[in-house]
Design a protein around this ligand. Structure first.
Ligand SMILES: *Cc1c(COP(=O)(O)O)cnc(C)c1O
Length: 366
């Protein structure tokens, strides 16, 4: 038996008729760039995120950059985030000309350590980007309190958190602006590249709608410098189909995660992920910490169990980001994760036999 890290074909088999119908509708109406299928998905997704507006765009990376631009953040400004994230979070900060300032993540749940957050705030801080890493939301109450106190903007990086909840509130509904990715491997994935910005703020909504479409509100009249980050009609239609299944898929991921957590209890050498009692974790990733991670990963391969690493190098140690490194500040929790984190296969179609196979293989190796 083979346990791939992810199996998008298995998901397609389940929904192929719905998808085929949706795709023909787009093709027959030639609504390819933006258009009605995108608008429909935007309405559905905003409602799903308990928010007023969603703006579809080209990717999660674009969603982050559009958000920072819409907020007028640029050179001279500082934006606080974590080093233990996918590169795009920090990339967007650097690309808009601002300076990233890092705060380590917590050992318990790998999201931003809110106890260290206030010390990182300076007179130049304009925004904080908490990352809902692996599918669990950051501790939003202290983050929003800090935002209030210092008048700074909170941009949720919810690219791994479609449907996650914090105290019964959905990812995307608490921060001032929130960013989602629909990269194919995400819990809600397009059939290509796509992303969205979610907000309750009408002004931000107008700004981003214009920015993603060359800075125009009226064709060929450009009030500002934007670029092209429209969502494809095909992606809008696919995402509408898949959004209807998202809660069920997240439930299945969660069940697989519970199985893993229970089965891993006797294995003292494995640290399984902790879900805060007030959170609903949607397990985009099921991260464990192990010693000799790279070796365990290779040995699992020989057992036909394919794992991932999220992420092997924290952003502050990436070569391309050396300008932003502060030698005096280590980020021990992020660095420990980079060394020991191993992502077990998790997706809704993962069978119980496959889940057991993962555990048996881990038991054998460890
Ligand atoms: C996937 C991801 C992004 C970027 O999304 P893309 O659609 O791939 O551009 C940003 N942040 C995090 C945390 C992600 O996981």
């Amino acid at each position: 038996m083979r346990v791939p890290f992810l199996d998008l074909k298995a998901q397609y088999r389940e929904i192929n008729r719905e998808i085929t119908t949706a795709l023909s509708e787009v093709i027959e109406s030639a609504s390819f760039a933006g258009g009605k299928f995108v608008s429909r998905f935007e309405e559905e997704f905003a409602a799903y995120c308990q928010s007023r507006f969603a703006i579809g765009c080209g990717s999660g990376t674009d969603a982050l950059l559009l958000s920072l631009k819409a907020a007028g953040i640029g050179p001279g400004d500082e934006v606080i985030t974590v080093p233990n994230t996918f590169i795009a979070t920090v990339e967007a900060i650097c690309l808009c000309g601002a300076t990233p300032v890092f705060v380590d993540v917590k050992e318990s749940d790998y999201t931003i350590n809110t106890k260290q957050l206030e010390a990182a705030v300076t007179g130049r801080t304009r925004a904080v980007i908490p990352v809902h890493l692996y599918g669990q939301m950051a501790d939003m109450d202290p983050i929003m309190a800090l935002a209030e106190k210092y008048g700074i903007l909170i941009i949720e990086d919810a690219c791994q958190a479609h449907g996650a909840e914090y105290k019964n509130r959905k990812a995307g509904s608490i921060g001032h602006i929130s960013c989602f990715s629909f990269y194919p491997g995400k819990n809600l994935g397009a059939y290509g590249e796509a992303g969205a910005v979610v907000t309750n703020n009408k002004d931000v909504y107008e700004q981003i709608k214009s920015l993603r479409d060359h800075g125009q509100n009226r064709k060929y009249y450009h009030d500002k410098i934007g670029w092209n980050s429209r969502m494809d009609g095909i992606q809008g239609a696919v995402l509408s189909v898949k959004l209807k299944h998202l809660d069920e898929w997240n439930r299945k991921r969660s069940a697989a995660a519970d199985f893993y957590t229970e089965a891993l209890k006797p294995l003292n050498s494995v640290v399984s992920p902790f879900c805060q009692p007030f959170n609903k974790h949607i397990y985009h990733i099921y991260p464990v910490l192990v010693e000799n991670r790279n070796q365990v990963l290779e040995e699992l391969k020989t057992e036909n169990v394919f794992c991932g690493i999220h992420y092997p190098v924290p952003v502050h140690l990436q070569k391309g980001y050396s300008d932003y490194r502060n030698e005096l500040t280590p980020f021990p929790v992020s660095e420990n994760c980079a060394l020991r984190e191993l992502s077990l296969p998790i997706y809704p179609e993962l069978t119980e036999e496959q889940q057991s196979k993962v555990i048996d293989s881990l038991n054998k190796i460890l």
